[in-house]
Write a protein that binds this ligand. Structure first.
Ligand code: UDP
Length: 244
């Protein structure tokens, strides 16, 4: 995979790729049978890396591709003087990989969400991308001892791509811990994307995304997230301080 060198946003190396470059790089991994652990680094994940050294270490040691997920990450990169062409969000990449899979016959496994949500998301995926193959489903509420059986199920399903929608940091920690055993070539955490597909959660309208207001929409829809979202102003202050 020939990709541009990463730039550092608060010590997290982020690859400044466009969505098209990302999809092409991942397609190449799939055709050449190379495994890649993809992290979509939004402001919240970058802030988690400042506070949870184990999480940061896991990402730095294992991720083959770390992408600028969201307006915050793009703003930070640009403010620090780097050329970040555009945001590559987990949700948009999930959609683009499904589209690619429908064309090329790659199989995806949907792992995560409350019971039944992955299956509902799978129905939506087959409606949006006719021909797409979902090789299996598993909800994201499980005990550690079940991980072995889950891995066997994923591997025996013949999946090329594993979408893990367990939320951060759980999804990255689980994927990194089982990187060697997992057979899919693309392993990627996609947070609440199944909830959006299943109609359980709404995504911000495009104009709000473009105006860097996705955070406000999430806060309005899920007011309980406010404590978690305090990471965002903290992120902005840290970047401003770093750029001084
Ligand atoms: N989730 C899960 N297992 C867990 C905890 C959460 O599958 O043990 C799912 C949850 O149902 C939701 C997603 O993970 O669908 C987390 O969504 P969120 O929007 O919080 O993602 P984040 O913002 O953390 O990426």
């Amino acid at each position: 995979m020939h990709i541009k060198a990463p730039v550092k946003i608060l010590d997290v190396p982020v690859h400044p790729l466009t969505m098209a470059e990302t999809v092409a790089a991942l397609d190449e991994c799939l055709t050449s049978d190379r495994k890649v652990f993809v992290v979509t680094a939004n402001a919240e994940i970058i802030m988690m890396c400042q506070k949870d050294m184990e999480y940061k270490d896991i990402i730095l040691r294992n991720a083959g591709l770390i992408l600028p997920d969201g307006a915050g990450a793009v703003w930070a990169g640009r403010h620090l003087g780097y050329d970040i062409p555009e945001r590559v969000t987990g949700f948009d990449l999930f959609n683009n990989l499904l589209k690619l899979s429908a064309k090329k016959g790659y199989k995806s496994y949907f792992f995560g969400g409350a019971p039944g949500v992955a299956e509902m998301a799978g129905n939506k995926a087959t409606t949006l991308y006719p021909g797409v193959i979902i090789s299996g489903f598993k909800n994201g509420f499980f005990d550690d001892e079940e991980s072995g059986a889950i891995i066997n199920e994923i591997n025996s399903s013949g999946a090329d791509i594993l979408f893990a929608a367990l939320g951060a940091p759980k999804q990255e920690k689980w994927l990194a811990a089982h990187l060697m055993e997992l057979k899919p070539k693309i392993l990627m955490g996609i947070g609440g994307s199944f909830d959006v597909f299943a109609g359980k959660m709404e995504r911000a309208p495009k104009w709000m995304q473009d105006a860097s207001l996705e955070w406000a929409f999430r806060l309005y829809k899920q007011p309980k997230r406010w404590v978690r979202m305090l990471a965002l102003p903290e992120f902005v202050l840290k970047v401003l301080w770093k750029a001084k």
